[in-house]
Design a protein around this ligand. Structure first.
Ligand SMILES: Cc1cc2nc3c(=O)[nH]c(=O)nc-3n(C[C@H](O)[C@H](O)[C@H](O)COP(=O)(O)O)c2cc1C
Length: 410
């Protein structure tokens, strides 16, 4: 178990958040603040990093984050979340990736790609979505993966992780949350299979465990592997907290280094954590307390942290080992450094009056672009305008994506 700080340290944020965390593989995170995974939509449309993306991660590294997870990095270009995702593999521009790594794996910061596969939620204009089972509801249709396609997944994740390691990334983060492919396998709402990959939570979790095992074989014993899971899908009939606890317990029997707890999905009509409103967090701490009872793997919680005191209390109480910040890090890329100083200071969260669906996430995404271009001081969009520009930019990227990957999925 990770040692809990002395009572006297609790009042001193510097001591609580500024302590290194040694992961089971032996790698060390220099403090307790992570820049959580965000799909930054700064790929070039052909799966490669851009200058702005390198600058963005450089800013977080300079700003003191112990680790930055790059959201939604794909191994299989047929199933991206968005056409601004990175793709790691034979198609990659190794020079552009090298430049990203060189800029961002600095100042003792880790840089981990989040290994994704959007499954049923793959970006329609460039995909023919597939998930664990056939779905045909309003706004979401997908075919079922064959058993052979499922059995190819561990190899695909392992190749992508091996590529990441060789390129100089310092760890990988498996995405099994938010309603994307692995989260779909875990969720009884998406997974109706009657073979070895469906049914009980143990069976639904099997592909996740196979992937973790295969990734470990590819990267060796001393390379960090994290995973993001949902504490709950926040959907009727979806993954429950009791099932999620069983996932934590099962992961605890693998060589995983960090379990990042989040929740919600991008299922049509559902609530996503990235669309929450100010002052409604932090989320998932009750679940983390329960999770601590069933595993010794370091835990991170992401969602709703907007004040340093919340982060200090979560770590000082032993509820979590790492605090994950997404939107707060968009508002201030130097937030980790600020929270590690005596003076501190909390970000001012914008309040949006009746934003359109997806508008808040689009607003943060467009602000990420502004950060990568060092022009956030002039950033003055509202969610409506951000959504429009974000969608138009993705339409353009789809053209490039199709050209690059000649996407003709099975
Ligand atoms: C612009 C944006 C993009 C996101 N993309 C991802 C992603 O690619 N992968 C992921 O696991 N979570 C993603 N998230 C969710 C965040 O990691 C986080 O769980 C959520 O925003 C709640 O945390 P917060 O309150 O610190 O923002 C995204 C959030 C935002 C705002």
């Amino acid at each position: 178990m990770t040692k809990q700080p002395m009572e006297t340290e609790r009042s001193n944020p510097r001591h609580v958040l500024d302590r290194p965390l040694e992961l089971p593989c032996g790698a060390v995170l220099k403090n307790r603040i992570a820049k959580s995974a965000m799909s930054d939509s700064l790929g070039d449309g052909a799966g490669n990093p851009t200058e702005a993306q390198g600058r963005l991660y450089q800013r977080w590294a300079e700003g003191g984050a112990a680790v930055s997870m790059i959201g939604e990095v794909q191994g299989d270009p047929r199933f991206p979340e968005k056409p601004g995702n990175l793709v790691l593999g034979a198609h990659s521009d190794t020079q552009a990736i090298q430049s990203l790594v060189n800029r961002a794996a600095i100042n003792g910061a880790h840089l981990w790609p989040q290994l994704g596969h959007a499954g049923a939620l793959s970006h329609l204009p460039v995909s023919r979505p597939k998930g664990p089972s056939v779905l045909d509801i309003q706004g979401l249709q997908c075919a079922a993966m064959s058993i052979e396609e499922i059995q190819e997944l561990p190899g695909m994740y392992a190749r992508t992780a091996g590529f990441a390691k060789n390129a100089g990334f310092t760890g990988v983060h498996v995405h099994a949350g938010h309603g994307f492919l692995l989260s779909q396998f875990l969720s009884p709402l998406f997974n109706h299979r009657d073979d070895a990959y469906g049914g009980s939570i143990e069976a639904r979790c099997d592909i996740v465990l196979e992937i973790v095992g295969e990734v470990r074989r590819a990267v060796g014993p001393s390379f960090p592997i994290g995973i993001r899971i949902n504490a709950t899908d926040k959907l009727e009939g979806g993954l429950t907290e009791d099932d999620a606890l069983e996932v934590v317990r099962l992961l605890g029997q693998t060589s995983i280094d960090l379990i990042d707890i989040s929740g919600g999905t991008y299922f049509p009509g559902a609530k996503a954590s990235s669309e929450g409103v100010a002052n409604d967090g932090p989320y998932f701490l009750d679940f983390a307390r329960r999770a601590k009872q069933v595993t010794e793997v370091p835990l991170m919680v992401t969602g709703g942290f907007d004040k340093r005191k919340q982060a200090v209390d979560a770590v000082a109480s032993g509820t979590v080992d790492m605090v994950g910040l997404a939107r707060a890090m968009v508002l201030n890329p130097r937030l980790a450094e600020v929270w590690l100083t005596e003076a501190g200071g909390d970000p001012d969260f914008p309040v949006f009056e009746r934003p359109p669906k997806g508008g808040v996430t689009a607003w943060y995404t467009m602000r990420l672009t502004a950060l990568g271009e060092d022009r956030e001081d002039a950033f003055a969009m509202d969610p409506q305008a951000a959504l429009k520009i974000y969608e138009e930019r993705d339409e353009q990227r789809c053209i490039k994506w199709r050209e690059k990957f000649s996407t003709t999925p099975n």
